[in-house]
Design a protein around this ligand. Structure first.
Ligand SMILES: CC(C)(COP(=O)(O)OP(=O)(O)OC[C@H]1O[C@@H](n2cnc3c(N)ncnc32)[C@H](O)[C@@H]1OP(=O)(O)O)[C@@H](O)C(=O)NCCC(=O)NCCS
Length: 145
């Protein structure tokens, strides 16, 4: 059975994010502004299958990272982990949530909008990377809650 729980284990989550192709530093140290992190595990094997991270930065709520382990995708795990972060942001009074998406079409299918580059606030380390908009083209996204 799948279990969705809050976690403080950033090391395990960051390894999963990195292995899923996200630009994150693998570290046990919880990044600044992180409010909560969730993981999905298989309760029989203890295997970590996915994770999500909610961050607050400059007054904005941000879905900082979301990934599901290869081999377990398209089974609804990503959707459930995103829901955790959206519900938490909403419960904290957020009216909108932001993200930096490598697969924007995944998010737009779930009601997020793509913010034009010229209107995009700096919400992610991704935007300060030298590859941003030269060889790597993530989009800044936003969802009304
Ligand atoms: C993106 C990701 C988190 C989605 O997680 P997931 O568990 O596979 O997604 P879900 O099963 O909840 O997906 C549900 C829906 O999204 C669609 N979907 C999944 N991955 C998609 C993708 N890469 N592009 C477009 N749509 C996608 C599915 O078809 C499904 O549609 P449906 O609800 O109409 O049936 C996962 O594919 C992943 O970890 N990718 C690598 C890391 C990454 O790119 N993370 C996002 C960085 S911004």
């Amino acid at each position: 059975m799948l279990m969705y729980r809050e976690t403080e284990d950033h090391l395990a989550l960051s390894r999963l994010f990195k292995n899923s192709g996200l630009d994150v530093k693998v570290t046990a140290e919880i990044p600044d502004g992180v409010l909560k992190m969730w993981r999905c595990i298989d309760d029989e094997t203890g295997e970590l299958l996915g994770g999500s991270v909610l961050q607050q930065k400059d007054g904005r709520y941000i879905l900082k990272d979301l990934a599901v382990k290869d081999g377990y995708r398209r089974e609804g795990i990503g959707k459930a982990l995103m829901k955790k972060a959206l519900e938490e942001a909403e419960s904290l009074g957020a009216e909108e949530i932001w993200g930096c998406a490598k697969v924007p079409e995944y998010y737009t299918a779930k009601g997020w909008s793509i913010v034009p580059d010229e209107d995009a606030p700096v919400i992610s380390d991704c935007q300060q990377c030298e590859q941003y908009l030269s060889v790597c083209f993530p989009r800044i996204i936003r969802k009304q809650l």
